[in-house]
Structures are given as C-alpha cells and as structure tokens.
Design a protein around this ligand. Structure first.
Ligand code: PMP
Length: 367
C-alpha cells in the first residue's frame, strides 16, 4: 500500500490504518449503508448502528475463535479504564489481584488497582537494564502468586519495551490478558483466559473503546455492589449499548476486524509481522554493537522493535534523519528512550525495508 504523502507512520498508537478502511470510514461518515444518515449521526438504538455493533462483535468472536461460553463485547474507555474496572469488579474485601509487572502498561494496571484493592506483584520484568517476560520454558515457576489470588493479570505485548509473551503465562489462576497492542496479530488461545481486553488504537483502529472477550461465568462472578455502568456483565447483557456507546469507535473496530479477517486472519498476519520485525531485529544484531536493545532476546516483540545507539545525541540525530526520510514517530516511549519502530498488522513491509536501509547507512556513517 503506498504511503500517504510519502510518510511511513511508526507510531505506537494511534497508529497506521489500512487505506481501504480509512476510505470506507470516509464514505460512511457521509452516509452509512445508503441510509442518508452519517455514521456518527445514527441513533445508537437504531437498527443501522445496532447491526453494525453486532457484526463487529461477531467478526471479533470469529477471529478469537471462542465459543458460546465466552462473551464478546465493547466497553467505553481505553485500556486504562478497564484496568480500574478489573479491580472494582473482581477484588472484594481481602481478595488479591496478582500482576506480572513487565512494562509501563502492566505497571499502569497495578497503579489503577492499588489505591482501591489488594495487589500482589507476581513477577518483576525490569531487573537490571533488560526488559523480560516470564520464561515460557519454566511453565510458570518464575511467577510467584498467592494460590488464592482472584486473577493473574499480564500484558501480552509490552508496547514501550519491545517485549512480548511468546505464549500466555502458565498459571492455575483465572488469567486476564491486556492485548491492547497485539490483538489479532497472531493466533492466541483466548479460551485459556478468564478475560482479554484490548483498546482500539492499534490493530482495531480507534481509541477510546475496548474490546472484551471474557468467560461469561467470570464476568458474572463480579461483585454486585457496583453501579451497572461499572460492571462488565451489565455492558455485555445490554449488548454493548448500556448507555450511549462510542459508536464511531465500535464501527471502526468492526471494519478493522473485517479487514484482518480478509487478510487471512491472525495466522497469516503473524507471518507478515514476523517478516517486518525480524528485518529490524536482524539489523540490530548485525550492526556489530552499533545498535542495541534492552528487550531480552527471548522475549522480542514482533510489533514494537526497540533499539538505541547508547548515545542520546546520536539517537536524536537518527530520529531527525528518519523524519526527513518520511519515517515518522520512531522516538521511544518517554522513560524508555531510544528508538521504537511500531509495526502493527496494517503497517506496510516497505516501511520496514526503508527503515532498515536507513539504519544500515546511519551505522556506516557514524559507527
Ligand atoms: N496497554 C497497552 C499494552 C498499551 O500499549 C496501552 C497504550 N495504548 C495501554 C494499555 C493504555 O491504553 P489506553 O491509553 O487506551 O488506556
């Protein structure tokens, strides 16, 4: 797909979207399905929006491959809002939520829960200068969680650090995954989870709304001492229309999920994501030490590649040169620094190729 204005957008989110989806949204903003009413002007109680919302949930259900024992629905608010709701819904009295702390976003989930409820940190992925995830070969023995914890929360892809879980952590506890930056980027066993959540702004398009895929009995086990608007199960029972939902974002999520399915689904997309990311990771490895990354090799993400030269001023020069070459938004997360190439499902392979050319040329000139 050709870049717009010669720009490749490596933004970590909101991020690059397929032009076909953007074009469709442009049409629907004027007129949704030949109704003469634009997408954002339709009543959320009318059949046009209700069908669009139901279709969005259906396609997400197909991509996740879950059965009827799972609910698939949309919650207002991004991932951070859901982090707070998790604690409110599932932690009552002395109950403890266990968290694997592998990143700034996992830490955000802890920070949202801790002022209200009991939190136990089951894993610290930020020892020394390297970012790690639990070792999949250790079958969960490097996670230390109370056996009666209400759930184990983990962040599947650590957007800022450039690490991911090759597979979900092993635990007998109900598993809650934050899949905000890797949803539908690879086959994932949703049916091993009590709940997965993902905000929209990466592989699902629009910010401000979250997709929830959760075991029905789990969300129904939430405390009843909460107003309906804060309870996951009330949103699900109301078919994601408990109050006025973020209609635009839900429609965009549906269109992004349809696009994902048309590409061949998570398995086909995973191969392309691996191709793009391995080009960049290989360039880091083959640079003779010019580039380095704090992401543990065993946990390298296929969506966010983080690297640095070890010299802040050289990093800044790299970012300036990248920008002049049309490679935008390559700066690392504040607090992590360096460079970060975010290449989600819709990001073109060509963008990765151009980045790699620049990295090699820059290393030759500055190494
Ligand atoms: N989790 C992950 C993995 C993220 O990358 C982000 C940032 N998009 C969040 C959570 C927070 O999402 P939001 O800004 O929608 O609350």
């Amino acid at each position: 797909m050709p870049p717009r204005h010669g720009v490749y957008n490596f933004s970590a989110g909101p991020s690059h979207m397929p032009l076909a989806v953007v074009d469709r949204i442009r049409e629907e903003l004027l007129d949704l399905g030949e109704t003469g009413i634009g997408l954002m002007e339709h009543s959320h109680r009318g059949s046009s929006y209700m069908n669009a919302s139901a279709e969005a949930a259906d396609v997400c259900r197909r991509l996740a491959g879950v059965g009827d024992d799972y609910a698939v629905f949309f919650m207002p608010g991004g991932a951070t809002v859901q982090f707070g709701l998790l604690a409110l819904n599932f932690l009552v009295g002395d109950q403890v939520g266990a968290y694997a702390d592998t990143s700034v976003w996992a830490r955000k989930a802890i920070d949202e829960a801790q002022p209200m409820r009991n939190v136990h940190v089951a894993f610290d992925g930020r020892q020394g200068d390297t970012f790690r995830c639990p070792d999949p070969d250790l079958a969960g023995s490097d996670l230390e969680a109370p056996s009666d914890a209400r759930y184990l929360f983990y962040c599947a892809n650590n957007t800022g650090e450039g690490t991911w879980y090759a597979k979900p952590p092993q635990s007998d506890l109900p598993l809650i995954g934050d899949l905000t930056s890797d949803i539908f980027s690879r086959p994932w066993p949703f049916d091993k989870h009590a709940m997965c959540l993902a905000a929209g702004q990466k592989n699902l398009g629009a910010a401000g709304c979250s997709l929830i895929i959760a075991r029905r009995d789990f969300i129904e086990s939430a405390t009843s001492k909460l107003g309906p608007i804060l309870r996951f199960s009330d949103h699900e029972k109301a078919e994601s229309i408990l109050n006025t939902p973020p209609t635009f974002a839900v429609r965009v999520m549906g269109l992004m999920a349809e696009w994902t399915e048309a590409q061949g689904g998570p398995a086909a997309i995973a191969a392309r994501n691996e191709l793009k990311s391995s080009m960049v990771w290989d360039t880091v490895d083959e640079s003779g030490g010019f580039y380095r990354s704090r992401a543990a090799v065993s946990a390298r993400s296929h969506l966010n590649v983080t690297f640095e030269t070890g010299n802040d001023s050289l990093d800044r020069t790299f970012l300036t040169e990248a920008k002049s070459a049309g490679l935008e938004n390559l700066a690392g997360l504040a607090g992590v620094g360096g460079m970060r190439a975010s290449m989600y499902n819709a990001f073109p392979v060509k963008g990765a190729e151009i980045l790699v050319e620049l990295m090699k040329d820059f290393a030759r000139r500055n190494g």
